[in-house]
Design a protein around this ligand. Sequence first.
Ligand code: IMP
Ligand code: MG
Length: 180
Amino acid sequence: MKQVKIHDKNFQLFIPYEKIRATIEKMAETMNNDLKEKNPLFLCILNGSFMFAAELFKRISLIQTEISFVKLASYRGDKTSGQVKQLIGLNEVIEGRTVVVLEDIVDSGLTIENIQGQLKLLNPREVLVATLLLKPDALIRDVKLDYVGMEIPNDFIVGYGLDYDGLGRNLIDIYSVANE
Ligand code: IMP
Ligand code: MG
């Protein structure tokens, strides 16, 4: 499928699955080397990262490793804090551990900065970040990214777990919004 219409927008094929898979294979190879002896806890940030996390984690060949799934939930804070996003679903004790955050995409960097901040309060040994995609031109925060699969232009994309208003997550390839 070269083109797909979701809600009101047309998208065109941008990254075929074979390229996504090859990218993730390379990331896993690097991580298998780097994370030996570290007993890493992978943290998949739902919803967008579920496909990336599954594809990566089955290629992690360490025995001493775990994965957990968390979500950022928005709620209204008090008047001073305004809109707050809280990390929910983390049941593991991360104190003293190597945590590897798995993100689908880093855009402005605000989400990953927020997650790193919340995790660091729990005294992990280190927080590493692995993102399948990065939009360097959209980045407004100085965040440390340890593993980056691919850099892409600042266009809206869907597929492979990423959605446009709830739809498109099931597409096996990644599509980019068409310029019309
Ligand atoms: P950030 O906080 O601006 O870095 O945005 C990160 C989050 O926004 C990601 O985890 C995605 O869920 C979402 N996001 C950013 N860019 C896109 C996109 O092009 N398509 C779909 N979701 C996106
Ligand atoms: Mg996301």
